[in-house]
Write a new protein. Structure first.
Length: 343
């Protein structure tokens, strides 16, 4: 069965700068594909292109069999396509004085749904997103998490086959975030809706996506199934957090780590911190813990964990969603000296 969205070698220029470079993405029917990247990677630009709100200079894409080519006129999606695509932006706008029900009613009428059927859809949709009790509340009275779920409900009123979510859980509290995650899981598993998710939340991508595509500087640099990508590291992650005393012994710490270099597949040094990728089949973890034990005053904490999607992208593409700058031991020392000198 053909992919419901297929992006083939999309390229877009802003002046003399390529903001998307030969990007290809596939969204199979009934699956969730994630487009990942730090701010400025090109995620929002790609979504605007897929919604026909922005043009592009090379490549093509199809939505449910309808082809869009480079340099076509931008504007609204064709009616047949628009009825199949629901979109939830980061900052969904509502009429604040209208109730949640009234907002959905107004939106549903844009798709010429008969009133009786629309009322039934609104009731079932509000129930699905857990807001049936809030149907008569003014939108201005809703919490951030409730507004985000209402935005998803609005996108579902037209009963689309595709849902495009642009960072749906950004700035939400953990409870609201998990409610959105549960809802997305239901939409995919029980409703068969195909979901394109833009996010920079690695836990979100790892939980929801069947396939992920990492954009870096406008190019897709990593793609694959999240579990398979994580498994491909064949490593455990050891995190070392240095104490103030340890900052005076960076050379000794580095020497201790260097003795295990044959069992380290990757290493990232940050300010008062190191992340080590240790071969899963080695005993290097125990050696690192012994090194820390022998020099306990040098370390605040030493921990070991399973790898995550964040670690995959850090190793393969040098992309960190926790920080955008990777530091060496030398630059750490320089920063610390500047810090003390500025006191």
């Amino acid at each position: 069965m053909a992919d419901i969205i297929s992006v083939a070698s999309i390229t877009k220029w802003f002046g003399d700068r390529a903001v998307l470079k030969d990007v290809s993405i596939d969204l199979p029917r009934g699956k969730c594909a994630g487009v990942l990247g730090i701010n400025g990677a090109g995620k929002t630009t790609l979504i605007k292109i897929l919604l026909n709100l922005d043009g592009f200079d090379g490549g093509s894409f199809t939505i449910d069999g309808h082809e869009f080519v480079a340099n076509r006129r931008v504007g609204k999606l064709p009616a047949r396509v628009a009825s199949q695509v629901g979109y939830v932006s980061q900052q969904a706008a509502f009429d604040e004085e209208m109730t949640a029900w009234e907002n959905l009613m107004f939106y549903g009428r844009l798709f010429h749904v008969a009133r009786r059927e629309l009322n039934e859809r609104i009731g079932s949709t509000l129930s699905l997103v857990g807001l049936l009790h809030a149907g008569e509340m003014q939108v201005s009275k809703l919490s951030g998490g409730m507004r985000r779920r209402l935005a998803i409900a609005r996108a579902l009123v037209a009963e689309p086959r595709i849902l495009i979510l642009d960072e749906p859980t950004s700035n939400l509290d953990p409870i609201s975030r998990n409610q959105i995650w549960d809802l997305v899981g239901v939409l995919k598993a029980e409703r068969g809706i195909s979901i394109l998710l833009s996010t920079n939340d690695m836990a979100e991508a790892q939980r929801l996506c069947d396939m992920v595509y990492l954009l870096k500087d406008g190019a897709c640099v990593v793609h694959g199934n999240p579990a398979a990508l994580v498994s491909s590291l064949h490593a455990r992650i050891v995190e070392l957090h240095y104490s103030r005393a340890g900052m005076d012994h960076l050379d000794e710490i580095a020497a201790g780590i260097a003795q295990l270099s044959g069992h380290l597949t990757y290493r990232v040094d940050g300010f008062m911190h190191a992340r080590l990728f240790v071969e899963a089949s080695s005993n290097a973890e125990a050696a690192l813990f012994q090194h820390a034990k022998d020099h306990g005053s040098w370390f605040e904490t030493v921990s070991v964990r399973d790898p995550t999607l964040e670690d995959v992208f850090l190793k393969i593409a040098g992309v960190s969603f926790e920080r955008q700058e990777t530091l060496t031991f030398k630059s750490v020392t320089t920063m610390f000296e500047r810090y003390l000198g500025g006191k």
